[in-house]
Every structure is written in C-alpha cells, then in structure tokens.
Design a protein around this ligand. Structure first.
Ligand SMILES: [Zn+2]
Length: 91
C-alpha cells in the first residue's frame, strides 16, 4: 500500500518547504515535537522555545530560522499561520 505523505508546509517567500521525515507519518493534528521534519533538499529541522511568546523552527544545516507564536503547536496550525503570513507579504 502506498503511504500518504503529509502535504508540504511552505516556510518562506522563497518557496522553501518543510517535509515530514520519511521514517514517520505525520498528520496536521500532530503536535510539533523537538524535531519537526526536513528542510526540503537540505537538512533536519528542529523546534525550540526562543522567548516567552515565541518558538522557532530552524534548520540544522543551513541556518533557516522561522519564529512562530507559542500558540502554534500543531502541523495544521503551522501550515495555516505560515500561509497567512506569506499571503500578507505579497499584498
Ligand atoms: Zn536548511
């Protein structure tokens, strides 16, 4: 049976994407853990607290770092938050 992959999450205005690890199956309801997935074509992406109000997801390999509010705690919320942010950038 072919496994279903999580839909990519677009991280930046440059079209960079977060992918689930190939060894795990991730759904939009899953909470963000300390390792959240792969920076497409790059490296592993980690997740950590950076202030009282924000967490950050960051790539171990290239230094990509995206700050997100603490209330964003699942893949689905992350996808929606970043989509709204990128849409606002293009207005
Ligand atoms: Zn990277």
């Amino acid at each position: 049976m072919r496994r279903e992959y999580m839909e990519k999450i677009v991280l930046t205005e440059f079209g960079e994407c977060l992918l689930e690890y190939s060894s795990t199956q991730t759904s939009d309801q899953d909470r963000l853990g300390s390792c959240v997935g792969m920076h497409e074509e790059c490296g592993s992406v980690d997740f950590k607290s950076i202030s009282a109000t924000h967490n950050a997801i960051y790539c171990r390999h290239c230094g990509l770092r995206v700050a997100i509010p603490k209330e964003i705690d699942t893949y689905g919320k992350l996808r929606q938050y970043l989509a709204d942010k990128l849409l606002a950038l293009t207005k």
